[in-house]
Design a binder for this molecule. Structure first.
Ligand SMILES: NC(=O)c1ccc[n+]([C@@H]2O[C@H](COP(=O)([O-])OP(=O)(O)OC[C@H]3O[C@@H](n4cnc5c(N)ncnc54)[C@H](O)[C@@H]3O)[C@@H](O)[C@H]2O)c1
Length: 247
């Protein structure tokens, strides 16, 4: 059983479709529960959608506990949910939006990882895959808060991997380069994102600005099916990097 967060759209949804086609059982969790259910239905293969706000640790615990009770052991949790609000300069960014970025992108990943470990450790089996970004490896003007959250995801994943050495659990951090999703197009209707009202006020653009700063999406990840397509994002493309630990 594989649980993917932020799976109603973009990379999460494409990854879910790829994994379902390979015969995996999936739960697609997203802040937008209706869209997650719609995505699961369109993917088929018994995939199910669930509403989840990754910033709510007890809701995360409940979801994973329920999935294990209903479907058996969770083999893999993919912490993919994220937002990428852009502001020309961090100094002009709303504090609330900076906090929200850290809350979803970093605390959401920590919540999921820690709750998954709680369930997986007794079985000495399971893998947590955290989706960071190449923005976690460099400074990205216009995305300072986002880059901070992704540097955090990498540091957290590496640290917990070392702490859990010998536990039988595996921890993997994926650093995709630009992928053509709503986030990158600056058109995300994600309820967790900074689009909508902020964009209408002309204050934030989700991700659009850094597409040009990094590199245009191209190649095998154009369709967003990056994370688990059988090789790490960036392999052979030079745009993203996958850091694989333990396995
Ligand atoms: N698109 C890129 O170029 C790119 C590059 C590197 C890394 N990433 C990372 O990949 C992940 C997926 O990005 P994407 O481009 O597919 O984005 P997207 O906007 O297409 O999808 C993100 C999904 O996360 C969900 N979400 C937002 N807040 C949530 C919350 N609090 N709880 C649960 N779900 C929530 C949204 O509803 C949405 O369905 C993100 O972590 C992003 O930072 C993306």
């Amino acid at each position: 059983m594989i649980v993917i967060t932020g799976a109603a759209r973009g990379i999460g949804r494409a990854t879910a479709a790829t994994l379902a086609a390979r015969g995996h059982r999936l739960i697609l969790a997203d802040l937008d529960g209706d869209l997650a259910t719609e995505a699961a239905e369109s993917i088929g293969c018994g995939a199910e959608g669930r509403a989840l706000d990754v910033t709510d640790r007890s809701a995360f615990r409940e979801l994973l506990t329920r999935v294990e009770a209903d479907h058996g052991l969770i083999d893999v949790l993919i912490n993919n949910a994220g937002i990428a609000p852009a502001a020309p300069r961090a100094v002009d960014e709303d504090e609330a939006m900076l906090r929200r970025t850290i809350d979803i992108n970093l605390f959401g990943v920590m919540n999921g990882t820690l709750e998954a470990v709680r369930l997986m450790e007794p079985h000495r089996s399971g893998q947590v895959i955290n989706i960071a970004s190449v923005a976690g490896l460099m400074g990205v003007p216009g995305l300072a808060g986002y880059a901070a959250s992704k540097w955090g995801v990498i540091g957290f994943t590496e640290s917990i991997r070392a702490e859990m050495s010998g536990s039988g659990l595996a921890f993997t951090c994926v650093m995709p380069g630009p992928v053509a999703t709503e986030m990158m197009a600056g058109t995300s209707s994600s309820p967790g994102g900074a689009g909508g009202a902020d964009r209408r006020r002309g204050r934030h653009r989700e991700g659009a600005s850094h597409a040009s700063r990094l590199e245009r999406p191209a190649g095998p990840f154009r369709d967003g099916s990056a994370a688990l397509a059988g090789k790490s994002p960036g392999q052979g493309t030079g745009r993203g990097q996958g850091l694989h630990a333990d396995r």
